[in-house]
Design a protein around this ligand. Structure first.
Ligand code: GLN
Length: 487
């Protein structure tokens, strides 16, 4: 097998080559590292490449395979978004605040992948502290879309989505607070799943907005997504929000038709400003779902238009509390020039955080302050309950809800940086799922002007299996997942 073709394989294709001893994990890992060396200048998907660690882990994976003891992800090279703790490997959140922070422990997701002898090739770039939709808020450099280097990969998990789309790793993990897995997956033409709130442990994920954050897989196809979910889902006593349930084998949901499923299409999700190419691809994909046997029904989620406002009160409020820990004392960047404690605190935070993070902290502290708390934070919590109930009611008669993932395809670098509200609108279709705590997947569903379009499949809480079933059926009926960016 030609080493140059290895990185473009899926996890399940690589697995059979590993298991039949046609390639070793060291072969795969070196091929991926070679690919990174060739194209990373143009993509910029990695904050750190862990070359030596990767080869060492690959050798250990090969020993395990030789013993006939391989797990589904053994020996497969992967990346992790750089807000997930990796012991001994810098975890920066793409922020100056944590530029030199090396965690003394592994996140639970890291540990679970290591338990399978997965191979870490590096850490993925993100919008600073996961705040953004284009990866342009990274304090280090923007990531570029592998389909067109003049365009953004989406965000905040832009590094992970771009790395998977450019075959710089077989899969990555992202985090999703308002769309940060699904929107970049959509813009880069790969699969991204935000699981039900609490299904994947967040122990070791740097907190942004704790009532919304979830970790999930970014992969080349739906089968790979199920394999990664099998590894990371399930109860973790170290995360108090972790659901105390046994996760199912998600691969059981694959390969079934859609007979008997009722799928809702909310009219409100064809938002004003949606690009015609995105709308066309979305409607064509929905038509395919009905040809595959699903009953497709038009329906309404009338409170959708409030979700953006609710999110941009709750997420900044929670972020302002979570980011209070960066005081220059406990860990991370510390400005030691100042004479007094207050000066040191001010200078540390003033220099350590970038403009978007500061904006969020100010919005959040304002919404939480005495006199404004009731008008903003409390009211947003009430509307959150209404949105959550609206989904619960809708799912009483439906198995899933589908829409476009993003109203636009990948936009040009710089196109939205001057106007935060335009940037916030990128997530108008994804953030309701975080507000309601329900799962959502973006699956490749077409092209518009040579750029990928994703279909979002939303399910009820813990309805991941239905999402996998629908996304896999659509994938198998189309060719989109076979397309690879030509970077
Ligand atoms: N783009 C949204 C924000 O900036 C969502 C980010 C995320 O999901 N981490 O908050």
């Amino acid at each position: 097998m030609d080493a140059a073709t290895l990185p473009a394989l899926t996890i399940h294709e690589a697995r059979s080559l590993l298991d039949s001893r046609q390639v070793s994990s060291v072969d795969l890992t070196k091929a991926v590292l070679e690919r990174i060396a060739q194209i990373e200048d143009r993509v910029k998907a990695f904050v750190t490449v862990t070359e030596d660690l990767a080869v060492e882990q690959a050798e250990r994976a090969d020993a395990r395979i030789a013993k006939g003891d391989a797990a589904p992800l053994t020996g497969i090279p992967m990346q992790l978004k750089d807000n997930m703790a990796t012991r001994g490997v810098a975890t920066t959140c793409s922020s100056k605040m944590l530029e030199n922070f090396v965690p003394p422990y592994d996140a639970t997701v890291t540990q679970r992948l290591y338990d399978q002898s997965a191979v870490l090739v590096g850490k993925g770039n993100l919008d600073e502290f996961a705040m953004g939709s284009s990866t342009e808020n990274s304090a280090f450099f923007p990531t570029r879309n592998p389909w067109d280097p003049e365009r953004v990969p989406g965000g905040s998990s832009g590094g992970p989505a771009a790395a998977v789309a450019a075959s710089e790793c077989f899969y990555s993990l992202g985090s999703d607070t308002g769309g940060s897995i699904r929107q970049p997956a959509s813009l880069c033409g790969v699969v991204g799943l935000k699981p039900t709130y609490g299904l994947v442990s967040r122990y070791g994920l740097v907190a942004f907005a704790s009532s919304l954050d979830q970790i999930g897989p970014i992969t080349k196809d739906v089968t790979d997504c199920a394999l990664v979910m099998n590894a990371i889902a399930g109860h973790d006593p170290k995360d108090s929000t972790s659901l105390n349930i046994e996760a199912p084998d998600y691969t059981n949901a694959l390969g079934r038709d859609l007979e008997g499923l009722r799928i809702g299409v909310p009219t409100e999700y064809f938002v004003k400003g949606m690009e015609p190419g995105v709308e066309d691809a979305t409607r064509e994909s929905i038509e395919i779902l009905s040809q595959l046997g699903a009953e497709v029904v038009e329906m309404s989620l009338p409170h959708t238009s409030y979700a953006l406002a609710v999110y941009y009160i709750l997420a900044p409020s929670e972020c302002s509390a979570n980011l209070a820990r960066y005081d220059g004392v406990k860990y991370g960047f510390s400005d030691r020039e100042a004479d007094t404690m207050w000066d040191a605190l001010e200078r540390t935070r003033g220099r350590g955080f970038g403009p978007e993070v500061k904006r969020r902290i100010m919005l959040g502290t304002y919404a939480l302050s005495a006199g404004y708390y009731d008008a903003f934070y409390l009211k947003a919590q009430r509307v959150r309950t209404i949105i959550r109930r609206e989904f619960e009611n809708a799912f009483e008669g439906l198995d899933a809800i589908v829409s476009a993932t993003s109203p636009t395809v990948a936009f040009e670098l710089g196109a939205k940086t001057a106007d935060p509200v335009q940037m916030y609108l990128s997530d108008v279709l994804t953030l309701p799922a975080n507000i309601a705590g329900i799962p959502g997947m973006s699956v490749p569903a077409g092209m518009s002007d040579g750029l990928p379009v994703g279909l979002q499949v939303l399910g009820k809480a813990l309805g991941e299996e239905t999402i996998f079933r629908i996304a896999h059926a659509l994938e198998q009926a189309t060719e989109w997942h076979k397309m690879r960016a030509s970077v």
